[in-house]
Write a protein that binds this ligand. Structure first.
Ligand code: LMR
Length: 400
């Protein structure tokens, strides 16, 4: 029956982990997937998460959640993104649903727009963008196009190209914006640039669709990292917003996320939420409960929340210290050819190293150092025990 099914390629990001696992070299390093590791290279369970979990394990039932998820979690998560002083939130005008992490939020959003957004079926993504964005939106029923974002020559933002492309989009198009800690480049617009973007998006009557998978990882400050979506909302944009708690709570496998849409009022919100339910029910009925209970407990308990904020800062700071260490090793110790300043200036979990595809392939085959083919490294995979081996390997790959 399946003789005509072609062999598909491995996933560009998750496939790296498969290759890493199959490698017997004890010095191997996985800098592929964006998953935080502690100073010993081990997965990190946030202490706030353990405390939250212990507070209900064995007590809570395993009943189905409503289609849109755990209300105590979804309302607190929306507040975390929009701010407790958000006007549409206090007016009851934000439609929310729990999602299967960030991917699920994007997919629900894509499918909702494909079904109901009246003006366009085209979504524009930055070049480059997270590798899963294109398949998610294509499979949601949208047409995917690109706008310029990253300038290879400066290893920074292609601000002029980005503005020109956004200005040239047909009126009413959907534009995807990474709220903070752009994946894969680690390059974000400044607050001034976000303000200008808000004006241009308004002039073009574009629909701003925010993906916020790394709130807290850009600056180490939860509120500051939400500047872009909050600013857009304060300027009257009715945004779509996707949130993930995979990274900032380390809840990767628990699949905890949120999708929200700002609407005009309570009545419109009710209609939108009714359609979100109709869309979700045939997909997966209702979301998983365990991770949402953990996240909800943290967000709703002031002491635990404060503790969590500190833990997010701790993760962000460890990554920043690895950036400095790597930069110093490449420039001072090895005198590796090239300008490596971007290692320190880029933000969030990733660094877009500028390593070429042949160099990344040589690093994997000769040194058991794994990263995505575009030269992105997850800084969180580096630690005091492996950063020297990594720098020495990069130096060797660059010098050929
Ligand atoms: C990544 O970009 O590495 C993460 O968002 C994990 C994933 O699912 O790709």
């Amino acid at each position: 029956v399946w003789s005509a099914v072609p062999q598909g390629p491995p996933d560009p990001i998750l496939g790296v982990t498969e290759a890493f696992k199959a490698d017997p070299n004890p010095r191997k390093i996985n800098l592929g997937v964006g998953a935080y590791r502690d100073e010993n290279g081990k997965p990190y369970i946030l202490p706030s998460v353990s405390t939250a979990e212990a507070s209900f394990v064995g007590e809570a039932d395993k009943e189905y959640l409503p289609i849109t998820g755990l209300a105590s979690f979804t309302s607190a998560a929306a507040k975390l993104a929009y701010g407790s002083d958000s006007a549409p939130l206090s007016q009851g005008a934000v439609a929310v649903t729990q999602s299967i992490s960030g991917t699920g939020a994007l997919r629900i959003g894509g499918a909702f727009l494909a079904r109901f957004y009246p003006t366009s079926k085209v979504i524009y993504l930055p070049t480059p963008s997270w590798g899963n964005h294109t398949p998610i939106f294509r499979d949601s029923g949208l047409e995917v196009k690109q706008y310029r974002y990253f300038d290879k020559s400066t290893v920074g933002l292609d601000w002029a190209g980005m503005l020109a492309d956004i200005r040239a989009m047909p009126q009413g198009s959907i534009v995807l914006l990474h709220a903070c800690a752009h994946n894969p480049t680690g390059v974000d617009p400044t607050q001034e640039q976000w303000k200008e973007l808000s004006n241009i998006v308004k002039e073009g009557k574009l629909f701003p669709f925010f993906d916020m998978a790394y709130q807290g990882f850009a600056s180490g400050d939860i509120a500051r990292d939400a500047f872009a979506p909050r600013h857009f909302v304060s300027e009257g944009h009715q945004i779509a917003l996707c949130q993930s708690f995979a990274k900032n709570m380390g809840l990767y496998g628990e699949r905890v996320g949120l999708f929200s849409l700002v609407t005009s009022d309570k009545e419109e919100k009710a209609r939108v939420e009714s359609q979100l339910k109709i869309l979700i029910r045939p997909l997966y009925s209702n979301p998983p409960v365990h991770g949402a209970r953990i996240a909800g407990s943290i967000l709703n308990d002031p002491a635990l929340y404060k503790q969590w904020e500190g833990e997010v800062k701790g993760m962000a700071n460890r990554i920043i210290s690895m950036r400095t260490t790597l930069y110093d090793l490449l420039t001072s110790t090895h005198k590796t050819p090239g300008d490596w300043a971007h290692i320190k200036s880029q933000i969030g979990m990733f660094s877009f190293t500028g390593l070429t595809q042949p160099q990344t392939e040589a690093l994997a085959s000769k040194r058991s150092v794994y990263m995505t083919k575009d030269g992105r490294i997850s800084m969180a995979g580096l630690n005091g025990g492996n950063v020297e081996y990594f720098a020495e390997s990069v130096d060797g790959a660059v010098k050929g």
